[in-house]
Design a protein around this ligand. Sequence first.
Ligand code: ZN
Length: 515
Amino acid sequence: MKKTNILFLFLLSSFMLTAQTKNQVIENMIKEANENSQLERLGHEMLDVIGPRLVGTPQMKNAHDWAVKKFQSWGISANNEKWGEWRGWERGITHIDMVYPRIQSLRGTQLAWNPSTSDKGVTAELVVLPTVANKAEFEKWLPSVKGKFVMVSMQQPTGRPDYNWEEFATKESFEKMKKERTELSRAWGQNMRNTGYNGRTIIKVLEDAGAVGIVQSRWSRGFGVNKIFSARTKKIPTVDLELEDYGLLYRLVEYGDKPQIKVVAKSKELGKVPTFNTIAEIKGTEKPDEYVILSAHFDSWDGATGATDNGTGSMVMMEAARILKKYYPNPKRTIIVGLWGSEEQGLNGSRAFVEDHPEIVKGVQALFNQDNGTGRVVRLSGQGFLHAYDYLGRWLAAVPRDITKHIETNFPGTPGGGGSDYASFVAAGAPGFSLSSLSWAYWNYTWHTNRDTYDKIVFDDVRNNVILTAILTYMASEDPEKTSRERVVLPVNSRTGKQREWPKPRSPRRLGGMN
Ligand SMILES: [Zn+2]
């Protein structure tokens, strides 16, 4: 049975390849993607040289300017379209050292939009949140934070990810650890509620009570990985420490060793700055008012360099556009590349584009978005468009079997309400699709973490996605028919008993981070 299958696949793929040699454009594009790939260079320039692309930072603007120049160097017209404004901020150095009871440099970083310390930094003792029965007890303890760093995260019972326990622990001790961890988390949550606050609101209370800094550790359940988001403090520094160092300090506090740390976390406030989408365009020759859109968010969080969220998606769209321009320079329909700003704060760039360009949204033939890591594409949903099977099926048939054999399709599927920028278009009724990729431990190891870096890129998978995107774009552009936008009737929500509704377009946040 297994042998027959392999033989059948082999024959099928040989047949498909033979059938495809008839299309020279597709053949040329595949050859270009494989033999003259620019992905490594794009990755290097975007991630190593420009770095993280947090909305409102000079690096985000550098990235947009770099992308425009890249497109232009390939003969593709491009510009940066302003859609809003954001709190301008530039990350400076972070140094965190334990200075008592011994010296040790600690691994951690300030959070995004952290208020700057002086050059001298802040040196102080640490305290942990107390166990309290009620708000009154917490309020009684609160004045003791004056002049101290406060550790606001639960101490994890293990720094080993579950897969490591699964491999080496006895079944009994693995179960015991998980039970303990669940119990610790429950108790931590209960204690937080007892204070009268939650993990977010307690920060302001601590700052107002005279704490000199906040120390957190937002573990991402893998070796050495933490999620890095934004600071909630107004004047005092907030830093995230890796699990190992956070645990060290926590134990020192609990055993009464009175540890002290020194935090230097510099940054610059840059006032209100404009935010952009980079829009590139290859004009259609026969149907210029119909569009195939290559879509990826260009921004990232800034705990690392945003290599897989969403450097790789951006690289796929840029490289596909380069190849299309080279071997399909006069497309039937207009090809647009949208590299969106501020997806991370709520799909802001793409929502702004949808709001600002109703004529383009009306003319969308198809949109392909990629934004969940470096892996090869393995899922494609029809997003609730009743006839997506017809046209996506037709287009996919032109893609080599080596690529499509990994893809599980779901037709007609249901419309995505969020998650990434295709949803902004789907909400407006335009056929937008998500090229959803294999995880490669995305959720724990790279997504919004301090480890989302160049070395995590799997270039063969990204190249696979470039070929897929370029061919789908070519086929969508060449299709004799305009795609249908007819929607499925959505099912009744079994929980509420109400009929599910198609997601509604939402306005972007045009001014962010200023309050
Ligand atoms: Zn993303």
